[in-house]
Design a protein around this ligand. Structure first.
Ligand SMILES: Cc1cc2nc3c(=O)[nH]c(=O)nc-3n(C[C@H](O)[C@H](O)[C@H](O)COP(=O)(O)OP(=O)(O)OC[C@H]3O[C@@H](n4cnc5c(N)ncnc54)[C@H](O)[C@@H]3O)c2cc1C
Length: 449
């Protein structure tokens, strides 16, 4: 098809946060011609990244982003009056981190154009827009503008959360991070060795209307005064910037609004900050999306399969995260009558967040899986706790393993397994994990009908 633009990109990505940057890097690796456009973040913030996020960065060869990570701390939690240590996490100063990701994308040979993206339209067989007076056209458009992406495709929304935060300066100290509950919500703080602390207060967006700019500081200080631990953390510090407000609730938008258009990261699935791994989720989703887009562009016969795969993945993540969040909110029992807690302790439903394995119930089915950067149909094992099916555990395809076990008349002795693994691509440790996975579900003798 004739293109009116001088630069017919395969994929144009608006928004260069973790989702847009990792997507660009993976698509470029697949040999697609990618343009990444973005503006700098509106304000700086300090966030926590767990080891899973670090693994995603390593898998994407993001050396600069890895080098930008701050100290590793143990996230302390004070919840329902109990004090306990949570996950370890790296403190991430987002302005530095996002700049480093932009650099990583450049080093991966992604074409980049700094600038604001407004309206993108489908015209004459391609997506078209203008960024910094430069006309852009592409076969595929991904919106990765985070929570600033237009909200017109919202499918589900948790009770809204208002996040009010600011930076404080105190004396140089040991780095730390933590969350604390209080009657009207919860707070997250993170402290850098140079004494800068970020303190964010999260409250219900229905009962707490955002105050005017002029009243924001006193409103923020009043919220801190309601939470003894928050007040103690900043008592010898002074405010470095005026507080800001961020919409922070869990929500989920149509991830594939059209055949050549997707939403990535927060634009598709924005997490409740309580989850503490929004960056990881955004990056992991982008790595999946890269295979889906490549399939849509290179293998049109599997395009619908790829679209459904991505839609299902986002849908399932939303419900899993919604129910996991509900379970965590239920652990706070001090203020059941306060609207912040009562609105979250029963939403979205009463279904378990992690369905338990049901012994002996499972079947072999054909389902789409992500393999070698494409989405393809494969035989998988589906059971009540993994209804979309599991294709591999470790690096071992379950159905092939079941066939091997069947041929041997049962699980072979360890030395036979080791001899088999030595002559195959399957690491012994992964085979052990796959056998355990099947044994826990009493599925070692599962056959396809
Ligand atoms: C209060 C709060 C606390 C959080 N704490 C944590 C935490 O501790 N740990 C964690 O892992 N996650 C945390 N998160 C979640 C995390 O910030 C997001 O999940 C993550 O940043 C999503 O990445 P993204 O790339 O999808 O979006 P973003 O990071 O929002 O990136 C979007 C990018 O698009 C750009 N952009 C926006 N509009 C335009 C436009 N019109 N044109 C061009 N570019 C544009 C933005 O400048 C930005 O660079 C928190 C979120 C909130 C709200």
């Amino acid at each position: 098809m004739k293109s009116p633009c001088p630069t017919p990109y395969d994929v144009f990505i608006s928004g260069s946060g973790p989702a847009g940057s990792l997507l660009a890097i993976h698509l470029q690796r697949f040999g697609l011609k990618v343009l990444l456009c973005g503006t700098a973040r509106r304000f700086d913030s300090l966030e926590g990244m767990t080891e899973r996020g670090v693994l995603a960065l390593r898998a994407s060869d993001c050396k600069n982003a890895l080098a930008s990570l701050g100290p590793l701390v143990l996230r302390q939690a004070r919840w329902s009056g109990e004090q306990f240590g949570g996950n370890q996490e790296y403190l991430v100063q987002r302005s530095e981190f996002d700049k480093a990701l932009w650099q990583d994308a450049g080093e991966a040979d992604v074409d980049r154009l700094p600038g604001r993206v407004d309206r993108v339209i489908w015209q004459e067989g391609c997506w078209q827009t203008t960024v910094d007076k430069q006309p852009i056209c592409a076969r595929y458009w991904v919106d990765a503008r985070g929570r600033q992406a237009p909200a017109n495709a919202m499918l589900q929304q948790a009770p809204g959360i208002l996040g009010v935060g600011a930076w404080w300066q105190g004396a140089a100290t040991t780095p730390a991070a933590g969350i604390t509950s209080f009657a009207d919500g919860w707070c997250w703080y993170a402290r850098l060795p140079d004494g800068r602390t970020q303190m964010q207060m999260f409250v219900d967006a229905t009962t707490h209307r955002p105050p005017s700019r002029a009243q924001l500081r006193s409103y923020y200080l009043q919220l801190i005064s309601q939470c003894d631990e928050a007040a103690a953390i900043v008592q010898d510090s002074h405010l470095l910037i005026e507080p800001y407000v961020r919409g922070s609730g869990l929500n989920y938008s149509e991830p594939m609004p059209g055949p050549f258009h997707a939403r990535a990261g927060d634009a598709a699935l924005a997490l409740d900050p309580l989850a503490g791994h929004g960056m990881f989720e955004a990056m992991a989703l982008s790595m999946t999306l890269a295979s889906c887009i490549r399939t849509q562009l290179d293998r049109p016969e599997n395009a619908q399969l790829a679209m459904n795969f991505y839609r299902d993945r986002v849908h399932d993540e939303f419900w899993r995260l919604a129910r996991t969040g509900r379970d965590f909110y239920q652990l706070e029992t001090h203020w059941p009558e306060h609207s912040f807690w009562s609105r979250r302790q029963h939403w979205p439903d009463a279904e378990p967040s992690h369905p338990a394995p049901e012994p002996g119930i499972g079947q072999i089915e054909i389902r789409p899986v992500s393999i070698n950067g494409y989405i393809e149909n494969r035989q998988v094992v589906s059971c009540p706790d993994t209804p979309r099916g599991t294709w591999v555990v470790g690096e071992v395809p379950l159905v092939e393993l079941l066939e091997y076990i069947r041929q041997k008349g049962g699980v072979p002795a360890r030395q036979d397994l080791e001899a088999f693994c030595a002559g195959s691509d399957w690491p012994m440790q992964s085979v052990g994990a796959a056998i355990t996975w099947l044994a826990q579900r009493h599925l070692l003798d599962l056959r396809s009908d």
